[in-house]
Design a protein around this ligand. Structure first.
Ligand SMILES: [Fe+2]
Ligand SMILES: [Fe+2]
Length: 184
């Protein structure tokens, strides 16, 4: 087990949660009546996914992955392209939401949901297992230091605050315990 991988997996949990909420809102046709909350959700996804999670992967994680596992070079190039595409989809969806262009908002949001589901699976199933198994411990420690330095740009208690926000916006948009109810 490597802390550098475990932390990214934790962040993927928040990414999945917020993307799942977006998918449910769009499928349920509720974006129009809940525009203010949906705007907050989209701006959270832009901050957390693009400015925090993807930027941190690009600064601290993937450069070392390519150094130690050169067999992943092409995959990592593809991952960087995925990050750009996710940002473009998000920005287009946010502009459509601002302008109340509901068809474009729905289409780009569902593109983002599909895109991010595939992207997270690619990282978790294809790259993380090898890194988790074979990354030298001292490199894992250096990555973790890089994560901590990076996190400082996002203010105090960023993990606690973002986890609380993800739960709160889910409750506001879907009602309390939405995913619990659908599982049991
Ligand atoms: Fe990524
Ligand atoms: Fe990721």
């Amino acid at each position: 087990m490597r802390i550098s991988v475990t932390l990214l997996q934790y962040e993927h949990g928040i990414v999945r949660q917020s993307i799942d909420v977006l998918a449910e809102v769009v499928k349920g046709g509720r974006a129009l009546e809940k525009k203010a909350d949906v705007t907050e959700l989209m701006s959270f996804i832009l901050d957390y996914l693009d400015r925090f999670h993807h930027a941190k992967e690009e600064e601290c994680f993937f450069p070392q992955v390519v150094n130690y596992f050169p067999q992943f070079k092409e995959d990592v190039d593809g991952i960087y392209d995925d990050h750009v595409e996710a940002r473009e989809l998000l920005e287009t969806a946010i502009t459509a939401l601002d302008g109340e262009d509901w068809e474009v908002f729905k289409a780009r949001s569902m593109d983002l949901v599909r895109h991010m589901t595939a992207h997270v699976e690619k990282e978790e199933n294809h790259i993380f297992p090898t890194v988790d198994e074979d990354l030298p411990i001292e490199v894992d420690e250096a990555m973790n230091q890089c994560y901590q330095d990076f996190l400082r740009n996002f203010g105090e208690e960023y993990y606690q605050k973002t986890e609380m926000f993800a739960n709160d916006i889910q409750d506001r948009l879907l009602g309390p315990g939405f995913f619990d109810k659908s599982i049991y």
